[in-house]
Design a protein around this ligand. Structure first.
Ligand code: 5GP
Length: 214
């Protein structure tokens, strides 16, 4: 490809009720996509066993979070099950400008805010579980949260799922590998979108102006 064709990055948002598999899908995608990085959110939630500060989340207290809101440091932020979550704005701006894609594991309120502010840079995917029974089984088998937290998350799952029709793509996560393959197909297609490829007009015009010898 000509050096004059560059690409603006996009924001790939994966949303789903807790336990539908989006975090596992996100991690697998990041293992194989060179040009994609994860947006690390800030949260007031306590770390789960095995979670690392700065990698899974930036874990902060409520006054720190509120200070970031006041200084307009979030691209979006929302409250979920009694905790606050937000996406730092600056790393996203930088990545998009450099033509890098960013993956977000965020819920529907945050996705709506990004859609309002940057629709053209957003590609949104909603992951559905195959059934409520399977969602409950996955949440309990993950064994990272207390029973009370799992019950709270199950209770919000139906409300979260009602937002499926605000997303560009919907995947029913029956088979993990198949779902990962589907997300990769979405990434491939979105990278080829005409509007994301800068300099195409110049490239085509230069080619058309070249004389073809008889
Ligand atoms: P968890 O506590 O299970 O890690 O996340 C709870 C929910 O918050 C998930 O649906 C997750 O996608 C969402 N979430 C994580 N980070 C953010 C964020 O920065 N903004 C928003 N709006 N949601 C987030």
């Amino acid at each position: 490809m000509s050096e004059s064709i560059t690409r603006r990055g996009f924001m790939l948002v994966l949303s789903s009720p807790s336990g539908a598999g989006k975090t596992a899908i996100a991690h697998r995608i990041l293992e194989t996509e060179d040009n994609m990085s994860l947006s690390v959110s800030v949260t007031t939630r306590s770390p789960r066993p095995g979670e690392i500060n700065g990698k899974d989340y930036f874990f902060v207290d409520r006054p720190t979070f509120d200070g970031m809101v006041q200084r307009d440091e979030f691209l979006e932020h929302a409250e979920f099950c009694g905790n606050c979550y937000g996406t730092p704005r600056e790393p996203v701006r930088k990545a998009l400008e450099e033509g890098k894609d960013i993956l977000f594991d965020i819920e529907w309120q945050g996705t709506q805010q990004i859609a309002e502010n940057a629709r053209e840079d957003l590609v949104s995917v909603f992951i559905l579980p195959p059934s409520m029974a399977e969602l409950e089984r996955r949440l309990f088998s993950r064994a990272q949260d207390s029973e009370e937290v799992v019950r709270q998350r199950m209770a919000t799952a139906a409300a979260e799922m009602s937002h499926w029709n605000e997303y560009d793509y919907v995947i029913v996560n029956i088979n993990f590998e198949e779902s990962v393959k589907n997300v990769r197909s979405i990434i491939q297609a979105e990278r080829l979108k005409r509007l994301r490829q800068n300099g195409l007009a110049g490239f085509v015009n230069a080619m058309r102006s070249q004389t073809i010898l008889p």
